[in-house]
Design a protein around this ligand. Sequence first.
Ligand code: SF4
Length: 454
Amino acid sequence: MLKNLKSVSVILERGRCSWGRCYFCGWGRRYINSSIRDLMNTFKHAISSRKADVLKIFCSGSFLDERQFPQDFVLWCLSQAERAGFNHVVIESRPEFIRRDVVDALTTFKIKIHVAIGLEVADDHVLNEYYRKGMKFSDYLRAVNLLHSYGLFVRTYVLVNGHPILYNNPEYHKKVIKETLEKIHDISDSIVIINAYPHSNSVLFRDWLIMRWRPLTYEEFISMIEEYYNDYKIEIDSNNFNFLPRFPKEMKVKIVGVGCDIVRHPYFEVWQDYIQRFYTVPEEKKYVLFVPCTYVKPYSRSITHRKILSILFKTGTYKKVQLVVVSTPGVIPYEYHDKYPFESYDWPEWLETPEVMKCYIEVTKERVKKFIEKCCKNVELFVAYFHKNSETLQAIRMAIEELDLKDRFVEVIDDDTFHSILNEVGKGKRLGSSILRHEKALKKLEDVLKSYVK
Ligand code: SF4
């Protein structure tokens, strides 16, 4: 019924979800301190900015819960939506707030009201043992009957991959989804199948950190639900792929140390999983420039990176070259360089040992390999800007060799340039940055970019 209709969305957040304990949900755990006046302004702005058939009101909880949204405000929103010319409005609620007295007040409007219920699955065992929804399928059925008896419409949210048990048992998972859709298809006016992604305050996010659960890629998600893709009632929510690994405030600690456990730190591993499975180098960028990290963070504040960036701008290659940092946390496309924990770690080089560096090179090689294989489908050339003795460069070389890409790989600093700079700056601490900031090295970088980037 709502599928393919043009819609406008507005997010109204206030107070806290009355339940707030769903396994996969982080939004419902937060308390949002916003005034009704602020919400009215947000609402007015949203409905005046674009015209559409459908207005969707999202609220992280229940729009029909009086403690979250006073009834006067709910009725005001509906009348404003009606007056603005929308034909349909979607609001969200848990079943316990879909009561006769509440629903009765909604029937005075001409606008078609759709109440979206986050059922997730029509299976009481999964609902309560895994999803911790605090409701049963029968609660949903009662609410559906009541809404229909008042001429209102039912929209049902179905969740895919909201718990490690389901993630690790794909056949069981498919069976639960199939049975759910069989049970709700005829009694729902519209259905949205949603791919679970890790909200920062959810238990699911912590499961990802220990790799007990992983978000599904678009292809994995579609393979679970492809038979429903063209159903006239069913919408697929795949916009969730804009998510990032967002760490809650209390988990944000500075990661300091040297060791294999640091290289494989769960926070770094989660990011590498995200980058390898959800990131693609933008199509217009046919060149990848690998560079090292810097002591100063975010890296873009360091002199070395500022100089590298100025060469990219000077040569006019910035839009065609994807800058990628390779370091302890792994492979970091520059878009993410200022995200936690990439701006909050420290690797004291003086504590390095041969065993640690062996581990670092092996892990980094695998990460670079996966990055090239999974994220660089349209990349034509890989360029490395490192000093000759860098362990990171060794790892990149090994990855390039194992992928048989030597003819698409360029090292900016050749032996002559390296030794000539070494004679000037000498050996010692921060050798890498002294070399990479040196005008001879930067001139080489400029020449390489000018000659290869077309
Ligand atoms: S999924 Fe809905 S009911 Fe559950 S905690 Fe989140 S907002 Fe509340």
